[in-house]
Design a protein. Structure first.
Length: 307
């Protein structure tokens, strides 16, 4: 059964691994449908499946899910819903990619056989002190929230995860390895990679952190902090409401109100994370973009560069 909010914008994240041969045709169908229903966000399509996060009116998100499920390849697609007061995307994008989540390692279909755990089962597993708990997300995500006692690989991108496994876990193939990510899609590949390398006991948090926060009461939760999301909300709290973090619109990393007091913070131009990583030329371009955003705001119109 599906439950939709009647007074907020619905955000829908979905993915499905399935062989796709009609890439261009599917891309065109998706784009036309989303534009017609005024659904904004990004959908990625590759020969291995589809992956998207979009937002729109509740009624149109329902229609979109029906549209997706009408294709037999996606009839059981995994999706998660959350709600926000403001539109988190300003554009509709459907893109063809080599992978729906970039990993850089070719995996066989038979490797995708890790054990899925529902959130309550996940809590039970983590009571076992011998379990190795790994956060498969990047370090800017883990910095604002993660499960207690989890290992942070310290990756800048998901492509670095195989190297982390090869350098740190190859002697642990008989251990229980539990992995998690935001919505589940990255864990599909990280757990498949471990299975392909001969790891015997690999577990995957079904639906990821977002599903866990939805189903586990805060008093019983093993989660600490907030969860980074890839839209204008930046982060969500345990109630799946917009969190306390803002975003540096130069480097896209999450920042706090305290970070905004730093000498290197200039709205839309730089923060302490990226000040020394961008050229003067880029800073000038960011400054001009921010100036145009402020002008548009005064005129009461939306500037697309604000996304």
């Amino acid at each position: 059964m599906r439950f939709f909010s009647m007074d907020k914008i619905t955000v829908c994240s979905f993915y499905k691994f399935s062989e796709i041969n009609d890439l261009k045709n599917l891309k065109n169908k998706f784009f036309l449908f989303l534009k017609e229903k005024k659904i904004y966000g990004t959908v990625l399509i590759a020969s291995e499946g589809i992956n998207g996060t979009v937002s729109g009116l509740d009624s149109n998100i329902i229609k979109m899910l029906d549209f997706i499920k009408s294709d037999i390849r996606f009839h059981d697609i995994d999706y998660k819903l959350s709600y926000t007061d403001k539109i988190p995307f300003y554009r509709t994008k459907v893109r063809l990619k080599k992978e729906i989540v970039t990993f850089g390692v070719k995996l066989k279909k038979s490797d995708f056989n890790a054990t899925y755990l529902e959130p309550n089962e996940w809590n039970e597993l983590l009571k076992d002190d011998d379990v190795i708990l790994i956060d498969t997300r990047n370090k800017y995500e883990t910095a604002i929230g993660t499960f207690k006692n989890s290992i942070d690989p310290g990756t800048e991108s998901f492509r670095e995860f195989p190297e982390f496994v090869n350098n740190n876990l190859n002697h642990q193939k008989d251990k229980k390895i539990a992995m998690f990510c935001t919505g589940g899609i990255r864990c599909e590949k990280s757990t498949a990679y471990l299975k392909s390398k001969g790891f015997k006991h690999v577990y995957h948090l079904k639906g990821g952190i977002l599903n866990y926060l939805k189903k586990i009461n805060k008093k019983n939760s093993l989660w600490s902090g907030e969860c980074f999301v890839f839209d204008n909300r930046v982060s969500v709290n345990h109630s799946l409401e917009k969190g306390i973090y803002d975003q540096c619109h130069a480097c896209r990393l999450p920042i706090t109100q305290e970070d905004k007091k730093h000498i290197h913070y200039l709205e839309g131009v730089s923060c302490s994370n990226c000040f020394n990583k961008t050229s003067v030329k880029r800073k000038k371009r960011f400054y001009e973009r921010q100036r145009q955003i402020k002008i548009a705001k005064k005129l009461g119109i939306n500037h697309i560069g604000n996304n």
